[in-house]
Design a protein around this ligand. Structure first.
Ligand code: HEC
Ligand code: HEC
Ligand code: HEC
Ligand code: HEC
Ligand code: HEC
Length: 261
């Protein structure tokens, strides 16, 4: 019903997302841009035409109880890659110096469309059945956040312990191993692969930041396992069933580079 409703309400803006957004709240809420397929083609500017507030600086300098934001930094805000004052979630992923240097996230990397009517799957016959979104969540965490905020899979790396205890053995440099192992990496539209390698050279904090250092989860992300030059023929048991390519919607067409060598 909601999808039909969305289509029925499609107005000039929905038909031509470049036209100025309608001021009508309900029409805006059911903008075709919130749904597939239009959302897959939306640019950040399309979304920001209505949601400009999302990128506005809006962190209080002082909490209502009087704690200054500048004096209340969490552990993950004391890492060597963190710069600037406290900032919002959206700005930390889209506009912070570090985000801009290693990532190229856009609204639709995380937002794949949601149902403004009931916000939970399987609530009716026509509700999305493919698990495209989660209960009251407009973003699917396990295929989005987990990629950069899961645990480091030290078991498959043969590390003798967690990175924070063993990193000294490797001069805090992931490239002691990863200069030759799993070298076909980060070939996705939302990352800047060359910038990541340059920043990560000699500074494991850069790599660790997305691979365990800011782990909001107790689980690891099952990364695709791209073939790399010099890789052993046999697939280890833990890697059986892993995809060998990045998610299709993010591929930038250079994934075959390492495989051709
Ligand atoms: C024509 C104006 C308009 C455009 C364009 C638009 N939105 Fe919205 N969006 C709205 C309105 C209105 C709401 C409802 C806000 C509310 O209820 O607080 C909304 C709600 C949302 C929500 C919150 C959903 C919820 O139920 O909590 C998200 C997330 C969102 N939009 C993302 C996007 C993204 C991503 C794009 C671009 C692909 C986009 N919007 C484009 C007007 C728009
Ligand atoms: C790193 C992933 C990510 C990116 C990139 C992202 N968002 Fe969000 N956004 C989220 C999450 C997570 C929420 C909270 C959703 C929930 O509670 O279901 C959210 C919430 C929102 C909301 C709801 C209102 C609010 O502030 O809580 C809007 C509107 C929104 N995003 C728009 C945008 C727009 C526009 C862009 C691009 C400029 C964007 N988002 C980029 C992950 C992202
Ligand atoms: C492509 C990698 C990537 C994805 C996907 C991603 N993050 Fe992040 N996240 C980062 C990086 C990098 C930082 C550090 C940004 C900085 O230091 O400025 C960060 C920082 C954070 C922070 C700390 C913000 C602060 O105040 O310091 C939170 C919370 C967070 N992410 C939650 C999420 C959630 C929730 C999602 C999923 C909706 C998500 N992230 C998706 C890479 C990612
Ligand atoms: C002692 C060598 C070594 C060090 C040091 C090391 N790794 Fe690994 N890493 C490996 C090996 C071996 C694999 C698995 C290779 C394979 O797929 O067969 C691996 C796999 C990975 C994977 C993919 C995991 C998966 O589940 O597919 C990521 C991501 C990764 N390493 C990141 C890092 C980061 C980030 C660092 C530094 C913080 C690091 N590694 C340090 C040896 C190492
Ligand atoms: C901004 C976040 C970010 C940073 C920084 C980062 N990674 Fe990653 N890494 C990712 C994401 C996201 C993926 C999964 C991409 C995909 O789906 O193909 C990934 C995948 C990998 C993989 C799996 C490769 C494969 O077979 O596809 C390895 C190994 C890896 N990273 C190592 C590293 C190393 C080493 C560094 C530092 C030089 C590093 N990462 C820095 C986010 C990051």
């Amino acid at each position: 019903m909601s999808l039909v409703f969305g289509a029925a309400l499609s107005d000039a803006h929905a038909a031509d997302p470049k036209s100025p957004p309608t001021p009508d709240y309900q029409r805006a809420r059911y903008s075709a841009l919130h749904f597939k397929p239009a959302i897959s083609k939306a640019t950040d500017a399309d979304c920001l035409a209505c949601h400009a507030e999302v990128l506005k600086p809006s962190v209080r300098e002082t909490s209502p109880a009087g704690v200054r934001a500048a004096d209340a930094k969490a552990w993950y805000q004391r890492t060597s890659t963190y710069s600037g004052t406290q900032d919002t979630f959206h700005r930390r992923h889209l506009t912070s110096d570090f985000a801009k240097s290693v990532m190229a996230l856009s609204c639709t990397t995380c937002h794949e469309g949601h149902d403004p009517r009931d916000e939970h799957p399987l609530s009716s016959v026509t509700a999305q059945r493919d698990g495209g979104f989660r209960l009251r969540k407009s973003v699917v965490p396990e295929t989005t956040c987990l990629k950069c905020h899961g645990q480091m899979n030290t078991a498959v790396m043969g590390l003798p312990g967690p990175w924070r205890e063993t990193r000294e053995m490797f001069q805090n440099d992931c490239l002691t191993c990863h200069a030759a192992i799993r070298t076909t990496r980060h070939q996705v539209s939302y990352l800047k692969p060359d910038a990541i390698e340059a920043a990560g050279k000699g500074n494991g904090d850069v790599c660790y930041g997305c691979h365990g250092g800011r782990a909001w989860y107790r689980i690891t992300y099952p990364y695709p396992r791209h073939a790399w030059p010099g890789m052993a023929e046999e697939t280890p048991d833990w890697a059986k069933g892993r995809p060998t390519q990045s998610e299709a919607r993010f591929q930038i067409g250079t994934t075959a580079q390492g495989q051709e060598k």
